[in-house]
Design a protein around this ligand. Structure first.
Ligand code: PGA
Ligand code: ZN
Length: 417
């Protein structure tokens, strides 16, 4: 059977921050449909694919994406509608060559990714498979463990915390259902503690609480207490993960922590991390150093020797070339995967495969600006990711991803019977 793209249409919609983003609808063989909404980051890496915005300050403060939508509807669509595209790689390669720039500057990573995901969803429909099954078949004894970001700081909130994400990881859970329950119960307990102490229970961009606290250790102490109050044991049922997002701090004079108004050297940061890792059960540290501070990454990895996972987010930007450099120079032992950093799903899958060959842990991640699209849950299951990072169990653009994980677990269970 020939697989033909019979329709392709884009429009501007809103992300969870109320900012314009791109929605794409694609149809195969006149009946199989896929729809995708592209996410958007706040603490973006330097090497990410271009997120094209109109920059017209009279509209949405320059953030509208009408040009991307027009590029898809007026230029890409006439070119590919009617064409035979039998695989994702074939379509993505065509989109990459149509764009023709290194960072997808012409049509925008935000435009091209929408087409790539919508096509993959339509293709799964055509084969009468769930998207996760089309990507990786059914894996009975595997589920990705959530890293839930329950306290937000850094660029995701206006509180006093310089570290961007304080995550709880339910290492003792035996299923997704269990894992989500563990985390939600701790989230409730944390809210109670914050209420009792008169601290804010307002949430940040990823649904985590964003109270003003003395320092980062106070956040970890509150989480330890919440885990205990919910009846769990820290170190046995839960560990912590932190996304430092330190590229946001980098200046020519060192690392400037904007909320504490304090400059730190790489060496001081490393000592600080070692102190925290010594005091709390930390599973992983993401972007502990700047995306170009390679020597610090390497010395930290040699020092920690796998006792805590070092996760490259801004460091790699889901880019195979960056990852190759990281593997050669021994920079980290885990990678964060965000499809919109690179702009197509083929390139995302290539990056995941390379990371797996290098024995790195895989964390599939949302962006701080999200939508009701739950594709990344299917991606995480399909590629057998070790972890997922989808924010707090709060705000529908986050819970839709957890709800999809629950649904996938149910589909897998049904297949088993
Ligand atoms: P972003 O943050 O989506 O705002 O870039 C998420 C992260 O740094 O992991
Ligand atoms: Zn990050």
């Amino acid at each position: 059977m020939d697989i033909i793209i019979t329709d392709l249409k884009a429009r501007q919609v809103l992300s969870s921050r109320g900012e314009p983003t791109v929605e794409v609808e694609l149809t195969l063989n006149k009946q199989y449909k896929g729809r995708a909404i592209v996410p958007s980051g706040a603490s973006k890496g330097k090497f990410e694919a271009e997120e094209l915005k109109d920059q017209d300050m009279s509209l949405y403060k320059g953030k509208s994406v009408y040009k991307v939508v027009k590029g898809i509807n007026d230029e890409i669509s006439p070119f590919i509608v009617g064409g035979k595209y039998s695989s994702l790689y074939k379509l993505d390669n065509k989109l990459i060559s149509l764009d023709g720039t290194k960072n997808k500057k012409k049509y925008g990573g935000n435009g091209i990714l929408g087409i790539s995901i919508a096509y993959l969803k339509a293709l799964s429909e055509l084969y009468h498979l769930s998207c996760f099954q089309y990507i990786g078949g059914i894996n009975f004894n595997h589920f990705p463990l959530p890293m839930m970001n329950v306290i937000n700081g850094g660029a995701h909130s206006n509180n006093s915390l310089d570290i961007q994400e304080f995550m709880i990881v339910p290492i003792g859970a035996k299923s997704i259902d269990d894992a989500i329950r563990y985390c939600v119960e701790v989230y409730y307990a944390l809210k109670e503690i914050l209420n009792e102490r008169g601290l804010s229970t307002g949430v940040g961009d990823e649904g985590g609480f964003a109270p003003n606290l003395k320092n980062e250790e106070e956040a970890l102490d509150l989480l330890s207490e919440a885990i205990n109050n919910a009846g769990y044991i820290l170190g046995v049922d839960f560990k912590f993960s932190l996304d430092i997002a330190s590229s946001e701090w980098k200046t020519k004079d060192g690392y400037y922590l904007p909320k504490k108004k304090k400059v730190m050297t790489s060496k001081e940061l490393m000592d600080y991390y070692l102190k925290i890792v010594d005091k709390y059960p930390i599973l992983s540290l993401e972007d502990p150093f700047d995306q170009e501070d390679y020597s610090s990454w390497n010395s930290f990895l040699l020092h920690t020797k796998g006792s805590v996972l070092l996760v490259g987010d801004d460091l790699y930007t889901t880019n195979v070339e960056r990852l190759k450099m990281g593997i050669e120079n021994k920079l980290s032992d885990a990678i964060l995967i965000k499809p919109n950093q690179i702009g197509t799903i083929s390139e995302t899958l290539n990056c995941i495969n390379l990371a797996k060959d290098a024995n790195m842990k895989i964390i599939v991640s949302h962006r701080s600006g999200e939508s009701e699209d739950d594709f990344i849950s299917d991606l995480a299951y399909g590629v057998k990711a070790d972890y997922v990072k989808f924010g707090a169990p709060c705000r529908s653009e986050r819970t839709t991803k957890y709800n999809r994980l629950l649904k996938i677990e149910e589909i897998i269970k049904e297949q088993k019977q």
